[in-house]
Write a protein that binds this ligand. Structure first.
Ligand code: NDP
Length: 351
């Protein structure tokens, strides 16, 4: 197939590009600027890239900006969307590009009869703003709480996915829509930069967290997320939304895992136990001193254990998830290789 991947040099998208090329597809990738040769060089070096990968510039905010990019494509994987918890102007920096970008991509696809399927990278952020420990999340759940003030990144993803489904409902285009809703994506990066989600480990080792908080993350490996996208493309019966997540892990277990694998020495892993009622209270209170987006994330997640049903993606798309421990340790080794974190000599990981 000839496939368009938007935001091709992004953390998740570059793995999608790698897997598509490995499966013999022709890939066109959009990037905001073709001048970012450093980002593109790694993609150009992927097996199959010389023969089957090309790039075109496109910005999410430009009306008609994707018309040329989708020309002749059989399918579009729309992953581009700003991902930051700390936006200065959430409307302009998050919501506008997420929603306008999604509509621009869908409008371009509507004009191009060759496009048969669009796969949208949404997020668990469109499923829940504040996971309830006693509610098993499924694809039927929608985030109804986020706003420009409260978890604005979550708001941008919810509005963008809603806009996509509304478009399908109203326009009844020639293509179908499949949506991937990943949880927190970690794993080795094909680009030199640090993704917002992998930054968590850099912060944890750098002593940014004052203590071990009552936080539990649902992680998923970037290679598994990319595979879910590719399978959604190649599975004719793929339909609707797919929660894409591996196992959850709490901050205490995460810190212990890193310690056991040699990451404590020379770093500042948190030690102070704040994973108790008083700790939750302190985290909520101090969250008001954090940048707005990070503060609201802490207030809506502390003390909560996300629970979710991943049977749809496993049964319908056949995705098998890596263990959370191996994924975390692979991420750390990759961050070390790229020079983002350090470990004292002689403290090699046990896996
Ligand atoms: P990245 O920041 O690595 O990728 C985001 C991509 O979007 C980049 O390629 C970026 O381009 C592009 N982009 C942002 N703004 C614009 C714009 N105005 N015009 C054109 N392109 C733009 O993040 P991820 O790979 O993690 O995210 C990819 C997708 O996955 C996003 O939709 C994100 O919401 C979603 N997601 C991510 C999760 C995670 O934990 N990482 C979890 C769930 C969903 P540029 O390089 O030029 O900035």
């Amino acid at each position: 197939m000839h496939v368009l991947v938007t935001g091709a040099s992004g953390f998740i998208a570059s793995h999608i590009v790698q897997q598509l090329l490995a499966k013999g597809h022709r890939v066109r990738g959009t990037v905001r600027s073709l001048a970012k040769e450093k980002d593109l060089a790694r993609l150009r070096a992927l097996p199959g890239a010389a023969e089957r990968l090309s790039f075109v510039a496109a910005d999410l905010r430009t009306p008609g900006g994707f018309d040329e990019a989708v020309r002749g494509c059989d399918a579009v994987l729309h992953t581009a969307s700003p991902y930051t918890l700390d936006a200065k102007d959430p409307q302009k920096d998050l919501v506008d590009p997420a929603v306008m970008g999604t509509r621009n991509v869908l409008l371009a696809c509507q004009k191009e009869p060759s496009v048969k399927r669009v796969i949208l990278t949404s997020s668990m952020a469109a499923i829940t703003d504040e996971p309830e420990s006693d509610h098993l999340l499924t694809e039927a759940d929608w985030n109804n709480k986020s706003s420009l003030q409260r978890n604005p990144y979550y708001y941008s993803k919810t509005l963008a996915e809603r806009a996509a489904w509304e478009f399908i409902e109203q326009e009844k285009p020639n293509f179908d829509l499949v949506v991937i809703n990943p949880f927190l994506v970690i794993g080795p990066s094909l680009s030199a930069g640090i993704n917002t989600s992998n930054q968590l480990f850099v912060d944890l080792l750098a002593g940014t967290y004052p203590g071990i908080m009552n936080l539990t993350w649902g992680f998923v490996d970037v290679r598994d997320v990319a595979e879910a996208h590719v399978r959604a493309l190649e599975t004719p019966g793929a339909k609707g939304r797919y929660i894409t997540a591996g196992e959850t892990i709490g901050m205490r277990a995460l810190v212990e895992l890193l310690d056991k694998n040699g990451w404590a020495k020379g770093n500042k892993l948190p030690k102070l136990g704040m994973d108790c009622g008083a700790g939750d209270f302190a985290v909520r209170l101090s969250s008001y001193l954090q940048p707005k987006g990070i503060g609201s994330y802490l207030r809506t997640h502390v003390g909560r254990v996300p629970r979710y049903d991943t049977s749809k993606v496993r049964n319908e798309l056949g995705v098998k998830f890596r263990s959370v421990e191996s994924s975390i340790l692979d991420t750390l080794v990759d961050l070390e290789r790229e020079g983002h974190v350090k470990r004292e000599a002689g403290t090699a990981p046990s896996h």
